[in-house]
Structure formats: C-alpha cells, structure tokens
Design a protein around this ligand. Structure first.
Ligand SMILES: Cc1cc2nc3c(=O)[nH]c(=O)nc-3n(C[C@H](O)[C@H](O)[C@H](O)COP(=O)(O)OP(=O)(O)OC[C@H]3O[C@@H](n4cnc5c(N)ncnc54)[C@H](O)[C@@H]3O)c2cc1C
Ligand code: FES
Ligand code: FES
Length: 493
C-alpha cells in the first residue's frame, strides 16, 4: 500500500497534505501556505534559530518534544509527528508559561528572535522535570541567536519556568496527543509525485532498497541538516527525494558488552548517551555538535555518508576502529570506516547503495581515548580540526595507536606515520614524544580555508599529539582544557 499524502498532528487534529514540491521546506509551508508568519526566517541555514518549531514524537508512552530548524527541514519530514509553532502556545487568551516568563524577565527587545527562543524554551519546559543549571540552559539555547536583548534575562526566564512538571494545555491534552500521533503510524510507504519528481518515504528497508535501486539519481535525506543548505543556499534543483526517517530498523541502537551499533537514521541527540558511555570525550563532542536543533534532526548516518572532511563523527569513530555497513538491493557489505572515504566528497558507495549502520567498539580496560574539537567558538561551530586518539597500553607503554583527524586532508583520515611513531613510547618519558609530534606533518597536507590556515591546522595537530599523550600519562585535564574537563564530566555522571 502506498500513501500519496503526508499526515501530521497539529492543534489536536490530524492534517493531511499532498501535491507539494519535494523541496518545500517546513518554513515555506508555514509562512506561504498556512500563512502563519510567527515563525521567522533569519539565516535560512540552521544557524540562528529564528525558525525554531517543535516536533513531537511518541516515546515511552508520552509525546517527546524536540526543537528543529524549520528552514532546513522538508515539509515531508514532519509526517507522523505533532507540529507545534509559536502560534499554538497561548491558550484561552492566556500566554504560555514560557511566554509569561520571558515577559517578566524582560527577555525580548526587537522580538525577531523571540518566537524561536520561546519554542526552544517550550521544548525545554516539556523535557521532563529535571533540574536545570545555567550551563544546561545555555546548551539548550546555543542554536538561538539573540542580537539585542542579551542572554542573561532569557536564561533567567528559562531557569524560572523550565525544569518542573509541565502544566500547560499540551500537558492537559497529553493523552489525546499521544493517541493522535500514534494513529498516524500506518507503516505504509509514501510516494508523492511522479517518476520524474517525487518526495518518497519508504517504511521498510526492503522498500527503500527497491526504490533507491530504481532511482539511484534520487537524493537520500535523513535529517536534512546538510541537504537543506544545498536547497536554501546552493539553490540545488533536487527533484527526487527519498526521506529515510520512516524506515523501520534504521533508527535502532544496539548495545552489547563490547560494541554499540548505531542505525543510519539515529539522530545525534539519540546517539549522545550511548557514545558518552563509551568515553566522556565523545559525550563532550556530541554536546558541542551544532545546536539542540541540529542534534535533534541530524543523523549519524548523514554525518558519515556526507563525507565532509570537517565532519566531527568520522575521525572519532575511525580512531575507535568502527565498521560501516552498507546495503544495495538485497546485498549488504561491511568495511572499516576509514576505507569509506576515498577522496574529497567521494565515498566508496555505488549508485543505489545506502549506509545501514555503524558499529563502534567499546574501549577495553587497557585502552585510552581522547578526542578534541578545535573551532573558533565552543558552541554551534564547525571544526577547523578534529583529532581523535586511541592508545592501547601495555603498562605505561603504548602497544598500539589509532589516530584520525578531520580538517587535515580532503577526507577524514588516519595518521599512519604518527601511529607508527607512537608505538613503543613510554608515557613517563615526554622527552621521547617529539618524533610522534613531528610525524603528523608527514601524514597530512592540511586544508587552507576561511576557517583556518594550513599552518594553524598543522601546528594544532602537532600540539594535540602532545596533549593526548600528556593527558593519557596523567589522567588529568585541569591544566590542558578550558571546557569539557573529563574529571568534571565523570563526576557529573
Ligand atoms: C547549523 C549547523 C551546525 C552544524 N554543526 C555540525 C558540527 O558541529 N559537526 C558536524 O560534523 N557537522 C555539523 N553540521 C553538519 C550536519 O548537521 C551533519 O553533517 C549531520 O550529521 C548531517 O546529517 P543529516 O541526517 O542531517 O544529513 P542529510 O542532510 O540528510 O544528508 C547528508 C548527506 O548524506 C546522505 N545520506 C544521508 N543518510 C544516508 C544514508 N543512510 N546512506 C547514504 N547516504 C545518506 C545524503 O544524501 C546527503 O548527501 C552542522 C550543520 C548545521 C546546519
Ligand atoms: S532561519 Fe536561521 S536557523 Fe532557520
Ligand atoms: S530580541 Fe532582538 S534579536 Fe533577540
């Protein structure tokens, strides 16, 4: 059975939409078709948060709300979800509690950013009665840019109103909303359009494999946080879109005592806890990945398949020795993750083949892992360089090393010369570490671009080798880090 519409839950009703252009963004739908213009367009590239809306999906028997950037989300991607926009918050002539808190704290001046900020606070308000700190509110608001009010009153408003049990119209109608959203899940494939232009959303891996084999020229979309920019900024005329968000099974995380298997459509927000359990540095990397909005939409599979030389996950997962699984038609194959990246934006993936999942080995007792994201800002910034290290120790000596960097070559790449130079080093003899630091220069010809010069990247990579060794030697991060200190993170767990 194929459905020719998308269906979502909005203001207590199921809405059905059809006949839209596959590239239609949610923001354009809201502003140009629904004519609800409370949701603003600022940057149109996922950075400012002015377009933030909430999507609700049922997990553990309740609707779980997450913020998303409507500017880089396709309309088709809201199938099966509850959509909440800023117009939906005030009820019965009363402002929503987060709106009242913003008024009381003087959290708005020109007001352009305010709808987006209110929607991020709405999702925080519903995030489930957990204690909030100024830092966690800052994290939640990292994807919302305010140019004139300043963040202090906005964070005050959040601290005042969020963190308790929600008490608004959405909490009152929680059961009705759960039933409404659950009733949307029919397990049918979606196909809207014709053979030359369509938005499709297969419900199973088999349907996906057949459809993609028939249309290998179609663009796969998972979270759309990369593809969205091709549309809004690159003006790419993508005519055939296959959205992976409804494919059963690709959203699964499997965990055993020695590995974590992450399905291609698992979002960064969903993968965060499992990765953080492997190592606190992976948790910190995920905390700093884009913004809450980007982590709620963007996927692990999309980050890998995109093949960006500055993507954050690939170097970390390569250093851990991860494997990638791909599927084409009925055939699946597995490869070491580093072998997937062939050349600049060229991956080992044949037409019609898709990424299925990545398997990440957990650390053994004698293994030490470190990952460092180097960017101009701590939050909501793409890396200039990203270095990851896994040392296997034999006592205080390095018996084996895996080192991978992003931002240092046309692809995420291992550092074989550095790895060789690290083997045999004693963690107690820093005077012998120089050769391993120097070897980085033979492994990479760094990128030279607006994010940083090649010379800066080369120096930073060399210094990161020293930093990883000295942290492995002492177990301390107080002297080597401004944020993301491992001892503080571990204490918080
Ligand atoms: C504001 C902002 C901040 C960002 N910050 C970061 C950051 O800090 N670190 C970072 O690394 N990235 C960052 N990104 C980039 C982006 O969010 C990530 O790369 C994200 O993981 C992409 O996942 P996605 O699901 O949105 O991919 P999509 O945009 O849906 O797809 C990306 C590419 O992968 C392909 N694809 C997707 N899934 C599959 C699959 N299963 N099989 C085969 N091909 C597939 C698509 O066809 C497309 O070519 C940021 C982006 C934005 C807009
Ligand atoms: S308009 Fe800036 S994030 Fe969408
Ligand atoms: S109130 Fe003007 S940008 Fe935030």
């Amino acid at each position: 059975m194929v459905r020719e519409t998308i269906r979502f839950w909005r203001q207590g009703q199921a809405i059905e939409v059809s006949g839209f252009h596959p590239r239609t963004t949610l923001l354009d739908y809201l502003r140009l078709q629904e004519r609800r213009v409370g949701t603003k367009e600022g940057c149109a590239e996922g950075d400012c948060g002015a377009c933030t809306v909430a999507l609700g999906r049922v997990r553990g028997g309740r609707v779980h709300y997450e913020p998303v950037n409507a500017c880089i989300l396709l309309l088709g991607q809201i199938d099966g979800a509850e959509l909440v926009t800023v117009e939906d918050l005030a009820a019965g002539g009363e402002l929503h509690p987060v709106q009242s808190a913003m008024v009381e704290a003087h959290g708005s001046q020109c007001g352009f950013c305010t709808p987006g900020i209110v929607m991020s606070l709405f999702t925080l308000y519903h995030d489930g009665g957990r204690p909030l700190s100024r830092e966690s509110v800052n994290d939640a608001l990292a994807g919302n840019l305010c140019r004139c009010t300043g963040y202090r009153p906005i964070v005050d408003a959040a601290l005042h109103v969020c963190g308790g049990q929600p008490d608004d119209a959405f909490a009152t109608h929680a059961e009705q909303n759960v039933q409404g959203v659950e009733a949307l899940a029919d397990g049918q494939d979606i196909f809207i359009g014709d053979e030359s232009r369509f938005f499709a959303a297969p419900a199973s891996e088999d349907s996906l494999a057949v459809l993609y084999a028939q249309h290998p020229d179609a663009t796969l979309v998972a979270g759309c946080t990369d593809v969205g920019l091709w549309i809004t900024k690159g003006m790419a005329e993508i005519e055939k879109i296959i959205w992976l968000g409804r494919v059963t099974g690709l959203d699964r995380i499997e965990e055993t005592s020695d590995m974590v298997g992450i399905g291609a459509t698992v979002t960064h927000a969903e993968a965060h806890p499992s990765l953080a359990r492997i190592d606190p540095d992976l948790g910190e990397l995920m905390r700093r990945f884009g913004s809450w909005q980007v982590r709620a939409s963007g996927t692990v599979g999309g980050n890998i398949a995109n093949g960006s030389p500055i993507g954050d996950l690939a170097p970390a997962l390569i250093a851990l020795g991860s494997e990638l699984e791909l599927r084409h038609g009925d055939a699946t194959r597995t490869m070491a993750l580093e072998n997937f990246f062939i050349a600049y934006r060229k991956q080992d993936r044949v037409p019609g083949e898709f990424v299925r999942r990545v398997t990440v080995p957990k650390l053994k007792g004698n293994e030490v892992f470190r990952a460092y994201k180097i960017s101009k800002r701590f939050d909501e910034d793409i890396s200039a360089a990203m270095g990851a290290f896994r040392f296997t120790l034999d006592g205080r000596r390095i018996a084996e090393a895996r080192v991978a960097f992003g931002g240092m070559a046309a692809t995420p790449k291992r550092a074989p010369e550095t790895e060789r130079a690290l083997v045999g080093l004693s963690l107690d003899e820093p005077s012998t570490w120089g050769e391993a630091m120097a070897a980085i220069a033979r492994d990479y010809q760094p990128l030279d671009d607006h994010r940083s010069s090649a010379a800066y990247r080369a120096t930073v990579a060399r210094n990161l080798v020293f930093k990883a060794l000295s942290e492995a030697a002492s177990g301390e991060t107080r002297a080597t880090r401004i944020i993301g200190q491992r001892d503080a993170l571990q204490a918080a767990e």
